[in-house]
Design a protein around this ligand. Structure first.
Ligand code: IPT
Length: 484
């Protein structure tokens, strides 16, 4: 009797061990994001602040470096107002153009007179970068710095050479990376910067890494080898479909192929460099009062959100301060309404509480039901070696939806490469959602919109991939009235 009990206990524990084995997390496959890239993905949105001498000139966006420094004179600069705008828009980070292409510096640099030291503003005693980072700190916003590599003012210097400029830029980079606390991102614009070769960036890159190890580097063209995140190929806010985080490490010679690789990524590329989507809320990068009536509408911002954040990218949205040094009320209203619309849309996953079954389920803590538990720490995964899965959601009653969102476990690499979504009244006859048929990329977040559908069943079909699926979430939603 005693022996029998013993065996029984042993048998149970052996079975339990097998169960635990089967629930081991899937191995990562292919290239995976670094800690810096994971932190960056989590931001989802970043604000861009184009501010400088151009703000005070008539319709100039790329000054020639000859405008007098005295022109810089914001009448009511208040960076805490910028932060309030970010807070109401749910944007957790901001990047300031400390120096744009005209070469004018928003901080009192020891290495040039073409800076706030000679501005009318505060009798030359001001420091916009300081006010910016202090406001960021106060509001819990992550500060980033754009130090334009291309510098038209320095080009006017009689002794200009790229070697001389290499050291000038290095000295300024050192000031910014060492005197202003933690810097979360630096932006190496490729515009006008073709003569600045990769060896120069090698030198500058060492400075960033030494002084700010966690700083995300936006790189393009000759700074591409150092990029944590890449340019996405246009300034319209339209990341590709697909938009793989993986791409080719060397810029392809052929122009068209290069732009495609920026916009769509490369599925079997040899580098993990996700796309950042820079776009302005206005036609121009700098503020011009004439454009107050051309601020992108809430609906346009929602479109951009869908083709950036919803295309496995991060949105870098430009909100240029005006001549007072404040964000214009139309811009702040529109981003606040975007945030409200996002909350209204994604606040309620219509699949929450539905019964979930999958043809490919790893089981245990990786069950398919975790797709709809609204918990970032759990996820669904399939069995090793099985890249497909049909996942059926049965809601308690029919619901109307016009939008869907999927999120992959990006730490485990791009896995799924083909997927579709269907709906049904009875769970037997399925209708495709055309816009969500033959999709490729999921990544951090993928959003698809379509004409409203009413159904009780939804089926997510994972049709291909390089490893078993691993997804944090899947949901269907009704778009906020603000977006329709
Ligand atoms: C464009 C640059 O060519 C690219 O490298 C990147 O810096 C991008 O700007 C940032 O938006 S130039 C622009 C006029 C398309």
């Amino acid at each position: 009797m005693k022996m029998k009990k013993f065996f029984l206990a042993a048998g149970i524990s052996a079975a339990a061990t097998v169960g635990v084995m089967a629930q081991k997390a899937p191995e990562p496959c292919g290239l995976v994001p670094s800690e810096r890239q994971l932190e960056w993905y989590d931001r989802e949105m970043i604000a861009f602040f184009h501010f400088g001498l151009n703000t005070f000139e008539e319709f100039v966006n790329e000054g020639d470096g000859k405008a007098p420094a005295a022109l810089f004179n914001p009448t009511a600069l208040d960076c805490t107002q910028w932060m309030q705008v970010l807070k109401s828009a749910g944007i957790p980070a901001g990047i300031l153009t400390a120096k744009h292409a005209d070469g004018f510096c928003l901080w009192p640099s020891r290495y040039t007179d073409y800076c706030v030291k000679n501005a009318t503003w505060k009798n030359g005693q001001g420091d916009v970068v300081r006010e910016f980072v202090d406001a960021c700190e106060e509001y819990g916003i992550k500060a980033g710095i754009y130090l334009g590599p291309h510098d038209r003012h320095e080009h006017l210097h009689p002794d200009y050479s790229t070697e001389r400029y290499k050291h000038y830029y290095a000295a300024q980079l050192t000031e910014l990376m060492s005197q202003y606390g933690k810097i979360w991102e630096t932006w190496w614009d490729g515009a006008g910067a073709d003569e600045l070769t990769t060896p120069l960036y090698t030198h500058w890159h060492e400075i960033v890494r030494r002084l700010q190890p966690d700083c995300v580097i936006f790189g393009t063209k000759n700074s591409y080898p150092f990029a944590d995140v890449r340019w996405m190929g246009n300034e319209r806010g339209e990341a590709g479909d697909p938009c793989w985080a993986t791409t080719d490490s060397v810029a392809i010679r052929d122009e068209a192929a290069y732009y495609q690789a920026l916009n769509e990524g490369v599925w079997d590329g040899d580098a993990y460099v996700p796309a950042e989507t820079d776009v302005s809320i206005r036609p121009s990068w700098f503020y011009h009062a004439e454009e107050d009536v051309r601020v992108k509408s809430v609906k346009e911002l929602w479109d951009i959100y869908c083709t950036s954040v919803g295309h496995n990218s991060v949105l870098l949205l430009n909100l240029p301060p005006d001549r007072r040094g404040l964000i214009h009320p139309t811009d702040s209203l529109h981003v606040a309404l975007l945030a409200q619309g996002l909350k209204e849309t994604f606040g309620h996953n219509l699949l929450a509480g539905s019964r979930v079954t999958a043809t490919n389920e790893r089981g245990g803590k990786f069950a398919a039901k975790y797709l709809v538990d609204n918990d970032k720490s759990t996820y669904y995964a399939g069995r090793d070696g099985n890249v497909k899965s049909d996942i059926v959601f049965r809601m308690s009653k029919a619901a109307t939806f016009d939008c869907l969102m999927a999120e992959e476990v990006i730490e485990l690499g791009h896995r799924t490469s083909r997927w579709s979504v269907e709906y049904s009244d009875d769970g037997r006859q399925w209708n495709p959602i055309t816009e969500a048929t033959g999709k490729q990329c999921i990544g951090h977040k993928w959003i698809v919109r379509f004409a409203p559908v009413t159904a009780r069943y939804v089926r997510l079909r994972i049709e291909d991939g390089r490893a078993c699926p691993a997804l944090h979430s899947f949901g269907v939603y009704r778009q906020s009235e603000l977006f329709r």
